[in-house]
Design a protein around this ligand. Structure first.
Ligand code: PLP
Length: 395
C-alpha cells in the first residue's frame, strides 16, 4: 500500500489514500473499465507473465480502480493489505479457500449472517472443512470448542440483529494461544467505528455492499490483513478463481469511503436517539442496542468501538402480529432485509433473515416472533419516529 497518508487522520486517509493520478491530471479517481492491458513489446509481455516485472496484465489479477479502493481500505483498517472481492460472501469464501485446507476445523459464533452459515455447513463442509458454533459472548464455550485441527475462529461483532458484543482482545489471545487465526466480519462497524486488527484480529472481512457503499447500489466485499496471508494466499485464490471486484463497483466503494466516518457517526447518533425513544414506548418490551447503558455489551462496546452503530432490534409485546402490523403501517421506511443504507430499513428477522433457523434455534439466538430490526438511515430522526409512531399507536 502507499504509505503517503499513513500518519494522517482517518478522514484524510478516507479521502486521499490510494489515489494515483494519471497523466490526465484528473481530480476525482477514474474508472478503468478494461479487461486487459497492452504491453510495449513481446519482451515486456513475457517479463510480466514470468513475474519478473510488476504491472497490469488482466483485470482478474489487478485493476487500478480496484487497487485504489484496496489501498484506501487498508489505510483505514491499519492493515498492510486489502483485496477487493465481488461480494461479502466471496470475501468469506476466498479467505477460507486461500488459508485453510481439508481436515481443518472452524469455530464460529452462532450469531452470524445466515448465508455465511449456509456457506460453512453446506459448501465448506463438502470439502472437508467442519464448523462448530458457540454463543458469541461465552469465552469458555469458544475455548472448549477448539480442537487440535482448529485453524480459525470466526465472528461478527456487534451481532445481527441483537447487537451482542464480542471481546475481540480476549478472543485474539485465545486464538493465539491455540495457534489459530481470528477472523472478524467488521460489516456492522466498518473501520470508522472499530478496527479489529488493532484489537488483535488477524483478518477482517467486509461486505462493502452495506455501509461502505452506504447508498444501496453495488455488491462487493473485501479481505483485509497482512501481506502474506491476504496479499499472497487469499489474493492467489482470488486471481485464480475469479470472484474479483469490478472496477465500476470499486469506484462506487471508493467514493463511499470518503464519507464513511461522517455517515457512520450520523447513523450511530440517530440510532441512539431512536433506541432511547423506543424504550419509552409502551408497546415495546425490550430494545437491543449496545448504546443503551443496560445492554450487557455496553461497556465492552464503549471500549472497542468509537460509536454504537446504526442497527437496532426491539421486541414488541404483541408478538408476530404486532411486528407485522408495525412493519406494514410504515409509509417511509423501506421493508427490506438489506442494511447499511442512507434509507432506513425495517425487517422481521424471524420470517426473513433468520427464517431458515428451526424454532428452537431461533429462540436460542433470541430471534423471537415479536422482534423487529431497524437499520437506521440518514433521514431526519423525527420523520423516522413519526413513521414508527403511527404503527405503534395502532397496536
Ligand atoms: C450482507 C452480509 C454479508 C454478505 O455480503 P454480500 O455482499 O451480500 O455478499 C456478510 N456478512 C454480514 C455481516 C453481512 O451483513
Amino acid at each position: 500500500m502507499s504509505n503517503k497518508f499513513q500518519d494522517s487522520g482517518f478522514a484524510t486517509r478516507a479521502i486521499r489514500a490510494g489515489q494515483s493520478r494519471t497523466h490526465e491530471n484528473e481530480h476525482s479517481e477514474p474508472i478503468f473499465l478494461t479487461s486487459s492491458y497492452v504491453f510495449d513489446s513481446a519482451e515486456q509481455a513475457a517479463a510480466r507473465f514470468a513475474g519478473e516485472e510488476t504491472g497490469n496484465i488482466y483485470s482478474r489479477f489487478t485493476n487500478p480502480t480496484v487497487r485504489a479502493f484496496e489501498e484506501r481500505l487498508a489505510a483505514l483498517e491499519g492493515a498492510q493489505c486489502a483485496v477487493g472481492t465481488s461480494s461479502g460472501m466471496s470475501a468469506i469464501l476466498s479467505t477460507f479457500m486461500g488459508l485453510l485446507a481439508s481436515g481443518d476445523h472452524i469455530v464460529s459464533s452462532r450469531s452470524i449472517f445466515g448465508t455465511t452459515r449456509v456457506l460453512f455447513d453446506k459448501y465448506l463442509a463438502k470439502f472437508g472443512l467442519q464448523t462448530d458454533y458457540v454463543p458469541l459472548t461465552d469465552l469458555a464455550a469458544w475455548e472448549a470448542a477448539i480442537k487440535p485441527e482448529t485453524k480459525a475462529l470466526f465472528l461478527e461483532t456487534p451481532s445481527n440483529p441483537l447487537n451482542e458484543i464480542a471481546d475481540i482482545r480476549a478472543l485474539s489471545a485465545l486464538a493465539k494461544s491455540h495457534g489459530c487465526l481470528l477472523i472478524v466480519d467488521n460489516c456492522f462497524c466498518t473501520p470508522a467505528l472499530q478496527k479489529p486488527l488493532a484489537l488483535g484480529a488477524d483478518i477482517v472481512i467486509h461486505s462493502a455492499t452495506k455501509f461502505i457503499d452506504g447508498q444501496g447500489r453495488c455488491i462487493g466485499g473485501a479481505v483485509v490483513g497482512d501481506a502474506e496471508r491476504v496479499g499472497e494466499e487469499v489474493y492467489g485464490f482470488l486471481r485464480t478463481a475469479g470472484p474479483t471486484m469490478s472496477a465500476f463497483n470499486a469506484w462506487t466503494f471508493l467514493k463511499g469511503l470518503e464519507t464513511l466516518e461522517l455517515r457512520m457517526n450520523a447513523h450511530s447518533s440517530s440510532a441512539l436517539a431512536l433506541a432511547q425513544w423506543l424504550t419509552e414506548q409502551p408497546q415495546v418490551a425490550k430494545v437491543y442496542y449496545a448504546g443503551l447503558p443496560d445492554h450487557p455489551g455496553h461497556q465492552l462496546a464503549a471500549e472497542q468501538q468509537s460509536a454504537f452503530g446504526g442497527i437496532i432490534a426491539f421486541e414488541l409485546k404483541g408478538g408476530q402480529s404486532a411486528a407485522w402490523s408495525l412493519i406494514n403501517s410504515t409509509k417511509m421506511l423501506s421493508i427490506t432485509a438489506n442494511l447499511g443504507d442512507s434509507k432506513t430499513t425495517i425487517t422481521h428477522p424471524a420470517t426473513t433473515t433468520h427464517g431458515r433457523l428451526s424454532t428452537e434455534a431461533k429462540l436460542e439466538a433470541g430471534i423471537t416472533p415479536g422482534l423487529v430490526r431497524l437499520s437506521v438511515g440518514l433521514e431526519s430522526v423525527e420523520d423516522i419516529k413519526t413513521d414508527l409512531l403511527r404503527g405503534l399507536k395502532a397496536l
